[in-house]
Design a protein around this ligand. Structure first.
Ligand code: ATP
Length: 684
């Protein structure tokens, strides 16, 4: 607010010339005018200056002060008195020479009085005219002063008028300012309220934002965790995809043929194929001929089904003739990493490939060189140069049996590093793919073909390992399976179930391969002195297959259920080979557990052989399946209508000769065993 000049509140205030001069007032007014443009401080309402008494005007005082220099105001000039007593104040000063003594009238006579009176009158007239002049000048000075005073008065009046006008304007301004102040105060109050409300709103918003930020932080942490898991999954998926890609590349040119089927069966099959073609042609013709020929079509269909039943019976017969338990021996090639000497192994039977002969030389006590020769015969012996495709050719029909409703079990047995995993799982390329992926491919291919004969199949798979007599799910959600699994057999259906194990519906061969890759990574692998990445557990891949034929299959059967168990056994080496120093207790425990389960497997096979040899009536013979988790799990695949194949994998190195001989003797025992109804032809 501007600092306005304080004005007397009373309208009748009298301004005197002792107040601020005009120029000051003007300057002040100018300052005030300028100040009006600025924010001003308004005077407090009702404040007023103390009223001052009206002062004599400067002109009057000036006049008063000019006393000594100016003649005193004059009274009206009077004629001089002729008597002393009538002498007025205008008598000449005392210093004046005393007037001549007047002679009395009697004494002086008239002429004397007349002289004296004329001279006095002349003096007085002179004096009077001087006074007259003084008076005139005084009066003119006074008139001039009066005019000046009047002028000053006029100026003061106009100033007063200006000030009053100014006062009025300021009063109005004050009133306006008050109104504005009130408005501003109201606005201020409103603004304060608004600010308060805004502050509250702001603090609410800040609080909300803080909560939001915390929520976002939590979400970010969650998202980061998800991201980490996703990255882990992605890495795993990438590995799977790369494995799948390589597998796919292998499969693109894979060509598997079934050549081990007997000539007779093949001829029969061809005949039936021709017959099916004829019947199909007849069927088409019959359909064209209409309703009358439907009966013939039905008969033709029946013949097709009967043909399929005959094929199955013949196929089964061929398998049974080959023996329900068979042993294949496979020797791995010498690897670039093998530093040791090669063992002496020969394969004399080049036509049927059923023999292997090992020989060793040692020095006798007498210093003579002693040569020992060991001759073994099996259903088939594969030399180191045998390819995966050649090996699979021999087992493909066995794998196919599971689509006909049989339980099939294929083992790989042998010491660590002898090539079990290579045989069962194989390498990443198409050529090196092992028995499991090839068998799975074949099963899917066969089930596809069987669709044309009315069969619809569903398949499911599980993959587990037995490590230290504990079952571990290889297809579980996590790398380390903490669940406790139990093996349950259904005596009515002969089905085997493992509790809490992941059983996955299988839709395609590639899906199975992806699962196998995941399972393979999880297998318990530990370092030993013999093989850097030695598998110290038994892995069991089980593929269960269920077929439904609504129209009825061979022999009118409408359902069949089979299983394919592919077992990669842990290394069979003896304790003292792997752990000569016995330092690693965990490894010693592993090996003891492995040896226990492998000897339990041998015992079960031996007991089954004894039971088979005893013939009918030996049903009650005890088979020690429960002696190990492995034999208990495979109980239904080692007896009854099951078909069992054991691969004996051998190392070609001389350093492993003793282990190889131990394995060969065990395999011979198994090979000499007869299980079930079929008699195995012995060739040794
Ligand atoms: N037929 C073969 N052709 C080429 N390489 C082979 C063959 N058999 C085995 N190998 C190689 O020999 C090495 C050992 O084989 P593998 O791991 O299969 O032995 P293993 O018996 O399964 O051993 P473990 O008991 O430790 O699992 C591997 O490097 C494998 O690739």
């Amino acid at each position: 607010m501007s600092r306005l000049p304080r004005l007397h509140s009373s309208p009748d205030r009298t301004y005197t010339t002792s107040g601020p001069s005009m120029s000051m007032l003007k300057r002040k007014a100018t300052d005030d005018d300028e100040a009006l443009d600025q924010p001003r401080k308004l005077p407090a309402i009702g404040a007023s200056r103390p009223t001052r008494a009206l002062q004599p005007s400067r002109t009057a005082s000036n006049l008063a002060k000019a006393g000594p220099s100016l003649p005193k105001p004059l009274t009206k000039p009077q004629a001089p008195s002729l008597t002393r007593s009538t002498r007025g104040t205008s008598a000449p000063p005392a210093t004046r020479p005393p007037p001549p003594t007047r002679p009395s009238a009697t004494a002086r006579g008239a002429p004397a009085r007349t002289v004296r009176s004329v001279s006095g009158r002349v003096t007085d007239d002179k004096r009077f005219s001087e006074l007259q002049e003084q008076l005139t000048s005084i009066e003119s000075a006074r008139a001039a002063d009066a005019a000046r005073v009047a002028q000053d008065m006029e100026a003061e009046r106009s100033k007063v008028a200006d000030l009053q006008a100014n006062h009025l304007a300021l009063s109005r301004e004050l009133a306006t300012a008050k109104t504005q102040e009130l408005t501003h105060r109201r606005e201020l109050v409103n603004a304060s309220d608004e600010i308060e409300a805004l502050k509250k709103k702001h603090s609410r918003e800040v609080h909300d934002l803080e909560m939001d930020v915390k929520q976002r932080d939590r979400e970010i942490r969650q998202v980061n965790e998800d991201l980490r898991l996703c990255r882990g999954d992605l890495d795993r998926e990438r590995e799977t995809v790369s494995a799948l890609k390589s597998t796919l590349a292998q499969q693109s040119t894979a060509h598997l043929t079934l050549t081990t089927q007997s000539q007779a069966l093949q001829a029969q099959m061809d005949a039936y194929a021709r017959m099916v073609a004829d019947l199909t042609a007849k069927l088409e013709a019959a359909e064209r001929l209409g309703e009358d020929l439907k009966k013939e079509v039905e008969e033709a269909k029946k013949e097709v089904r009967e043909g399929e039943a005959v094929r199955r019976r013949l196929h089964n017969m061929v398998q049974e003739l080959k023996g329900n338990i068979r042993v294949f021996c496979r020797v791995r090639p010498v690897l670039p990493s093998d530093a040791e000497e090669e063992a002496n192994m020969v394969f004399p039977d080049q036509r049927d490939n059923k023999e292997i002969v090992l020989s060793s030389t040692s020095e006798s006590a007498t210093g003579q060189e002693r040569r020992e020769v060991y001759n073994f015969g099996f259903d088939r012996v594969f030399e180191p140069k045998a390819t995966q495709a050649e090996v699979f050719e021999e087992i493909s029909q066995l794998a196919q049996s599971c689509t006909d409703g049989y339980n099939v079990c294929i083992f790989a047995y042998g010491q660590t590093g002898s090539g079990k995993s290579f045989t069962m799982e194989g390498g990443p390329t198409e050529d090196t793919a092992g028995m499991i992926p090839r068998a799975v491919d074949q099963v899917f291919r066969v089930t596809e073909e069987m669709k044309s004969k009315g069969w619809e199949y569903t398949m499911e798979g599980q993959f587990l390992e037995i490590y230290n007599e504990t079952i571990n799910d290889l297809l579980g959600a996590h790398d380390f399976d903490k669940k406790k699994h139990e093996i349950k057999h259904d005596p009515k259906t002969g089905a085997t179930r493992v509790t809490d194990i992941n059983v996955i519906q299988l839709e395609s061969a590639s899906q199975v391969r992806a699962l196998l890759a995941v399972a393979q990574r999880r297998r318990s692998v530990a370092a030993t002195m013999v093989n850097e990445r030695s598998s110290r557990s038994h892995s069991v891949f089980t593929l269960r297959i269920r077929g439904v034929n609504v129209a009825g299959g061979p022999d009118g059967e409408q359902r069949c259920e089979g299983s394919l168990n592919l077992v990669d056994l842990a290394g069979s080496e003896r304790l003292n080979v792997s752990f000569a120093n016995g330092a690693d207790k965990e490894r010693v425990k592993e090996t003891q557990s492995i040896n226990k389960s492998l000897s339990a497997l041998g015992d079960v096979i031996a007991a089954l052989g004894e039971k088979g040899a005893a013939g009918p009536g030996a049903e009650t013979k005890h088979i020690p399946y429960r002696n190990s988790k492995l034999t208990y799990l495979l109980q239904n695949s080692l007896s009854g209508n099951s078909k069992t194949l054991m691969f004996l994998n051998l190392s070609p190195l001389a350093a492993h000769l003793n282990e190889s001989l131990t394995s060969l003797r065990f395999a011979t025992k198994v090979n000499n065993t007869t299980i079930g109804t079929a008699k195995k032809a012995r060739i040794s």
